[in-house]
Structure formats: structure tokens, C-alpha cells
Design a protein around this ligand. Structure first.
Ligand code: S3P
Length: 429
């Protein structure tokens, strides 16, 4: 296991960075390119490990995908163009790959198996396999089909009316992708609004989907046609630098090309409530996925409460928000976030354990955490636990530490942000 000595004691971050492509949208661009008819081109695709896993799975399903001059070309032949894979589909560390792919494979009249790394093997799959079985797919897996490896024999799906028990865009998207192949009209009711990239992408690929008061309606048997997709920067990646700029004195950072889909911008509400100096300086609201440039400057922060329907709009940003809270005056409470327990790691445990090692005053609760600020962070040896967002959060935490910080297992960062350290060092110089 590799480790790296992190930069500490930084008193200024300055400069401009181009935020790499959105992970959720990059996955979906490959999937929709594969199930549509014709040649789809994708620009600003995120070449992170997770999205490369999606490409590799679709190649095993017989889809031609080539990279040319920084663009991805996907030669889709419709759902019917997918063929039975002769190997296990390896999703690596990617929950989005496995869950959305299960929705596609549930409708295909062939046999396939899916597996990933040790983290994927611990993440619950019944939330997807349960309703897909109700639609008619034959699915099995370890522990009654809840865990990988998962085997699917799909085909002949019936539509479903399904109330999602948890707010999850991955589950919603899997059911939409199955619904597109089912007989009849599928409806899905969400308990809270979650990221709507799948819905937007269906429309971009010439399909129809209705959304009204968190009720999603999609007809089966639609024919999607190839599209041109430009992937905006990932707000979840930008979040690390938004917080870095806010907590380090004398900083000014411009983040270019950040996705501003309103189902993803919960972090802005938190930054505003905590008193951060953040501004959107230009934006392109008309694109199928809105985006813009953001400037962040060092700020005097105060604690806040983060809860309820806001949680799904910032679920992936909670590790870095927790770090920000250590640098804010007063108490920050994060609740209604039990879902953190089933991410790449149990992020309630890993955030609390690792930030404590650096001297933070933070405690875990049943559905979140409480952070007491403002603390001077010290130093120590910390671990990403193989979770990219924990690794990046710790690298930003180190910047405000006054002792030495060693990060174990930093490689996991390439899951979503291969150039993370390059960008960080650019801002330090
Ligand atoms: C994602 C949905 C979220 C998020 C994940 C990506 C997606 O997961 O945490 O990083 O692309 O649909 P859940 O659906 O489990 O909430």
C-alpha cells in the first residue's frame, strides 16, 4: 500500500483550475450512447477509474467505443445491439456502473454476471435487484441477491409502479433504464428529489420522460437516437477546492466549467449559510446540463445544521463539508444522512475516525455527525480507506494542519479525479 506526504501549513491558494468532467454524467453518456442508435460523441468525458469501468463493461457487451482526439465515440445499436458477455462484467469500485447496468441488463434476454472490488462487495444491491425482480428479471447473488457477485438473466419486463424507500438516483436510474425496455408505463415515486441526470439525458437522446412532484413516468419501447454530449465539470470534485479556498487565508480560486444542475448544488446552500465568500461569475443555464465558473475567497465561517431534503443534493460532499465545519466557529450538525453508511466506505465512520486523528473535535451520530469548531488541526498518519472522497478530503485537511501528514492509499483518488494533486499543487505555487 502506497503512502504520500501531504502539503501542510499552507497560507494561501491562488489561481484558476478547469474542473474535470462530471462522474455521474460521464457514466450515463456511455450507457445512453450504447443503448441509442447511431454514433454518440462525448466531450470532456471524465477519464477516472470508475468511468473507465463503465466503458470496459460496455465493450464486453459488444459495443464499439473509441477515444479519438480527446473525444469518445460510441457506436450504439440500441438495447437489442447488446450481446451476451463471455466474461464477468467488472465494475471495479463503481456503484453507479453496477446499479445502472443492472437496470439495462434486466431487460436483455441473456445471461450476465457482475462483480467489483471489496468495497462493492459490501454495498447493498437489493434496493435495485428487488424491484427489477418484480419487473420480471431473474437475478441472484450472494446473500439472497443482496451482494455481488450478481447474476442476471433478463428479458420480458413488465412495467412497475414503485415507491422508492430511499432517495437514490442510482436506484431511480436503474428502474428508468429497465422501464424503457418494459411493456407498459413505469412510474417511480421519489421520497426526496435526487440528481436528475438520467431524465435529462433521455431527453437529450430524443426520448420522453415526465417528472411531476417527484413522480417519474416513462414509457417502455422507446427508440433513442445518438446525441452529442458535452460533460460539464463535476461539482463534487469542485467542492474540495471550494472548501480549500474558503478555509485558507488570503485565497482566491477560480473554478472553471462547474456543473450547476440544481439537484446537485446543495453545497452552495451550505456555503452560503456558513458565510463563505463564493460567487458564480458566469454561467450557461441553457445547456442540457447547466454549468458556470465560480470564484471562492477565504471566508469567516460559522457552523450550521444540514438536514432533510438538502441531504441528497450534497450527499457526496459531506466529507469535505465536515472538514469545513472544523474550521467554522460553533457547532455543525449533519443529520438524515444514514445513506453515508453505504457509500464507498461507511463515510460516517471514516470521516470521524480520520479527522479525529488530525485533532478535530467530531462525533458520529446514528444518521450523521456533529462537528465542534473552530479547531487548529495538527497532523498524523491518515488513510483514505480506499475511498476517493475521503482521500481528497484529507489532502485538503492537511493544508490547514501544522504538523506532518502522511496519507495512506492515495491511489483511490483516481476513481474520480486523476489530476487532483496536479491541480492542488498548481494552486499552492
Ligand atoms: C450517483 C448517485 C448517488 C451518489 C453517487 C452517484 C449517481 O448515489 O452518491 O456518487 O450517479 O446516480 P445513491 O443513488 O446511492 O444516492
Amino acid at each position: 500500500m502506497a503512502s504520500v506526504k501531504l502539503k501542510t501549513n499552507i497560507n494561501r491558494l491562488n489561481g484558476k483550475i478547469e474542473i474535470p468532467g462530471d462522474k455521474s454524467i460521464s457514466h450515463r453518456s456511455v450507457m445512453f450512447g450504447a443503448i441509442a442508435h447511431g454514433e454518440t460523441t462525448v466531450t470532456n468525458f471524465l477519464p477516472g477509474e470508475d468511468c473507465l469501468s463503465t466503458i470496459s463493461c460496455f465493450r464486453k457487451l459488444g459495443v464499439r467505443i473509441v477515444e479519438e482526439n480527446g473525444r469518445l465515440r460510441i457506436f450504439g445499436k440500441g438495447f437489442e445491439g447488446l450481446s451476451e458477455p463471455s466474461e464477468v462484467l467488472d465494475v471495479g469500485n463503481s456503484g453507479t456502473t453496477i446499479r445502472l447496468l443492472m437496470g439495462i441488463l434486466a431487460g436483455r434476454p441473456f445471461f450476465s454476471t457482475l462483480a467489483g472490488d471489496q468495497s462493492i462487495a459490501r454495498r447493498p444491491m437489493t434496493r435495485v435487484t428487488g424491484p427489477l425482480k418484480q419487473m420480471g428479471a431473474v437475478i441472484d447473488g450472494r446473500k439472497d441477491g443482496d451482494y455481488t457477485p450478481i447474476a442476471i438473466r433478463g428479458g420480458n419486463l413488465k412495467s412497475i409502479h414503485y415507491q422508492l424507500p430511499v432517495a437514490s438516483a442510482q436506484v431511480k436510474s436503474a428502474l428508468i433504464l429497465a422501464g424503457l425496455q418494459a411493456e407498459g408505463t413505469t412510474t417511480i415515486q421519489e421520497p426526496a428529489e435526487t440528481r436528475d441526470h438520467t431524465e435529462r439525458m433521455i431527453r437529450q437522446f430524443g426520448g420522453e420522460i415526465q417528472t411531476d412532484q417527484r413522480l417519474i413516468t416513462v414509457k417502455g419501447g422507446q427508440r433513442l437516437r445518438a446525441a452529442e454530449v458535452h460533460v460539464p465539470g463535476d461539482i463534487s470534485s469542485a467542492a474540495f477546492f471550494l472548501v480549500a479556498g474558503a478555509v485558507i487565508p488570503e485565497s482566491e480560486i477560480v473554478l472553471k466549467n462547474v456543473g450547476l444542475n440544481p439537484t446537485r448544488t446543495g453545497i452552495f446552500e451550505v456555503l452560503e449559510k456558513m458565510g463563505a465568500n463564493v460567487q458564480i461569475i458566469s454561467n450557461d443555464p441553457d445547456s442540457f446540463e447547466p454549468s458556470g465558473d465560480i470564484v471562492v475567497k477565504s471566508s469567516n465561517l460559522t457552523g450550521t445544521i444540514i438536514e432533510g431534503d438538502l441531504i441528497p443534493k450534497l450527499i457526496d460532499e459531506i466529507p469535505i463539508i465536515a472538514l469545513m465545519a472544523t474550521q467554522a466557529k460553533g457547532k455543525t450538525i449533519i443529520k438524515d444522512a444514514e445513506e453515508l453508511k453505504v457509500k464507498e466506505t461507511n463515510r460516517i465512520d471514516t470521516v470521524v475516525e480520520e479527522l479525529r486523528k488530525l485533532g478535530a473535535s467530531i462525533e458520529a451520530t446514528a444518521d450523521g455527525m456533529i462537528i465542534y469548531g473552530q479547531t487548529k488541526l495538527t497532523g498524523g498518519t491518515v488513510s483514505s480507506h480506499g475511498d476517493h472522497r475521503i482521500g481528497m478530503m484529507l489532502a485538503i485537511a492537511a493544508l490547514v494542519c501544522d504538523g506532518e501528514v502522511i496519507l495512506e492509499n492515495p491511489e483511490s483518488i483516481s476513481v474520480s479525479y486523476p489530476n487532483f494533486f496536479l491541480h492542488l499543487h498548481h494552486l499552492i505555487q
